[in-house]
Design a protein around this ligand. Structure first.
Ligand code: HSE
Length: 308
């Protein structure tokens, strides 16, 4: 039966100050997904990677998304999905969002593109709910729309695609475990009005900077007075990485999603590579295995490799 193969990119959520509302797609790392429409109604999930993720549809991020789509459309068909995950789960680089968004986009292609992008985000959020107990769309939206996105609202889904400035992203993934659910639980439930005002200024400044291609404004706005001070304690050497990146000339950056990955934005590829080397040496020095990625902002998100 019909099949489609997808390249599903990593995403950096929050973009420092935009907790749960801003995110961007990058090129590396990415997952590969192959989806088939089947005659029988079963949802079959297979992983060819080594992460040992559950394959029962109700326990699998892609599986729950496909079950919701199947139920919503009263489908008699099922889906068979093969996932080769290269975005490590728990990296803070949108691993669960990639499976969820890939499943939604893949199913939609196989069904003749009957769902809108907002609907795809809506269904993919069930995968995020399974992974982290919360339906947040800040990784899913850039995966589906590409580039940088603003989640104006997740209920009802209202996504604003922003410009994709010509910037380089350096991301380091130190091999320490930070679960999104834990990283959410430690956050304060109430914040001070003065902190909220500062954060609103930064978010508005960042969105304006992105739209105006004003790199100085982007850099000045990459500040988080609410989430980063709490979460950064979970990430070894976070302050050192950030300080050294800024000294080298990065525009700014911070925790990628809920961590432990850390990302920085730079104007030039040479600088992004220099920052990558520095990040690597900081973690090598304390014997923490790490992966470093240098990539441009990915303007198109999920890509179809082939379909038939
Ligand atoms: N906005 C989410 C969080 C992203 O920070 O918890 C998780 O990748």
């Amino acid at each position: 039966m019909k099949k489609v193969r997808l390249k599903v990119p990593a995403t950096v959520a929050n973009l420092v100050c935009g907790f749960d509302i801003l995110g961007m797609a990058i090129h590396e790392p990415y997952d590969e997904m192959e989806l088939r429409l089947t005659e029988s109604p079963e949802i079959i999930i297979k992983h060819t990677d080594k992460f040992g993720l559950p394959e029962k549809p109700l326990q699998n991020v892609a599986g729950v998304v496909l079950l919701k789509i199947q139920e919503h459309l009263h489908l008699k068909n099922g889906f068979e999905v093969v996932i080769n995950k290269k975005i490590k789960p728990g990296s803070g680089l949108g691993s669960s969002a990639a499976s969820a968004a890939g499943a939604a986009i893949g199913a939609n292609i196989l069904l003749g593109n009957i769902l809108s992008k907002e609907e795809l985000v809506y269904f993919a959020m069930f995968g995020e709910e399974l992974a982290s107990d919360v339906k947040h769309a800040d990784n899913i939206a850039p995966c589906i729309y590409g580039g940088i996105t603003l989640v104006k609202s997740s209920n009802p889904v209202d996504i604003i695609p922003l410009s994709s400035p010509d910037l380089f992203v350096t991301a380091v993934h130190p091999q320490v475990e930070v679960k999104t659910s834990d990283a959410r639980q430690i956050l304060k439930k109430n914040i001070l009005l003065k902190d909220a005002i500062e954060q609103w200024g930064n978010i508005a400044g960042l969105v304006a900077g992105i739209q105006k291609n004003d790199f100085g404004l982007i850099g000045r706005s990459l500040n988080d007075v609410i989430i980063e001070p709490i979460r950064s304690i979970l990430i070894p050497k976070f302050n050192e990485i950030k300080e050294k990146s800024l000294e080298l000339g990065a525009l700014g950056g911070g925790i990628s999603g809920s961590g432990p990955s850390v990302f920085m934005l730079s104007e030039k590829e040479e600088l992004a590579q220099k920052i990558a080397e520095m990040m690597k040496s900081v973690y090598d020095e304390i014997d923490i295995d790490n992966y470093v990625y240098v990539s441009k902002i990915n303007p198109s998100g999920i890509k179809i490799i082939d379909e038939d």
